[in-house]
Design a protein. Structure first.
Length: 248
């Protein structure tokens, strides 16, 4: 769809795939580095529009911006309310690439700003720490059921490696925040709140960098806490289960 020469490409994002409306047809790509490159090559010079979907949209959106393309990340609630308002779908219908494209063609969302190298690095580090923490939990549970002494030693060795990696990543996270004046100031404000420590502040800064510059309502929507149906991804998965970003 066009508006003053601009072509929008709505992309429905899930954990494992991307459904994009290209030349009037929905085309599926893997939500991977390779899939994102294929999406850009197939769609051409268009303005990509993604829903904010628990972080699953970051890899393709950031790759597009790094390549000099235009990408917007929009609030799913706005898309749904728009579609319901014009009678395109019922309250329980899934939002698809066609609906996202129609929303963009009528609202003309502004392109998102390319995240800084520090922001991308922090997000990758925080996501990796989360992965390692989950691995540690799994290995600890495995240790509790390991009766054979050789197996126990192997699991314990792996656990020690995971602990070292977590500590190393935490140092890198602290260094990344400390060397960025804006991040450092925000982290200090967050950690003044009772019950919120360094892990929480790093997670917020990694996945909600807009914090401190937007309203509470918008922050709630971006964090995935607004009361709207979740149609993408796996409900059993965390909304902040991230992916590593290869952008340097």
């Amino acid at each position: 769809m066009k508006h003053e020469g601009k072509v929008y490409c709505g992309v429905d994002v899930a954990k494992k795939h991307l459904d994009a409306l290209i030349n009037g047809k929905t085309v599926r790509f893997e939500n991977t580095v390779k899939g994102s490159r294929s999406l850009m090559a197939r769609a051409g010079k268009v303005h990509f529009v993604f829903e904010s979907t628990g972080g699953y949209e970051r890899l393709p959106a950031w790759m597009i911006m790094a390549a000099g393309g235009a990408a917007s990340i929009v609030n799913p609630a706005r898309v749904r309310h728009y579609a319901i308002g014009i009678g395109q779908l019922a309250k329980t219908d899934a939002i698809d690439a066609r609906v996202i494209t129609a929303f963009a063609d009528n609202t003309h969302p502004e392109p998102a700003e390319k995240p800084s190298k520090q922001q991308r690095s922090l997000t990758a580090l925080v996501d990796r720490r989360q992965q390692l923490t989950e691995m540690r939990t799994a290995k600890t549970n495995r240790l509790e059921t390991a009766g054979d002494s050789i197996l126990r030693k192997m699991v314990q060795k792996h656990l020690r490696w995971i602990e070292r990696e977590i500590k190393s990543i935490e140092k890198k996270i602290a260094k990344t925040i400390r060397e960025d004046a804006d991040m450092k100031k925000k982290a200090q404000c967050i950690e003044r709140i009772t019950g919120l420590g360094k892990v929480c502040s790093a997670t917020l800064l990694a996945h909600l960098p807009e914090i401190g510059t937007i309203s509470r309502q918008r922050a709630t929507a971006l964090a995935g806490l607004a009361p709207y149906n979740r149609d993408s991804g796996n409900p059993a998965q965390s909304r902040y289960e991230g992916v590593l970003h290869p952008l340097g």
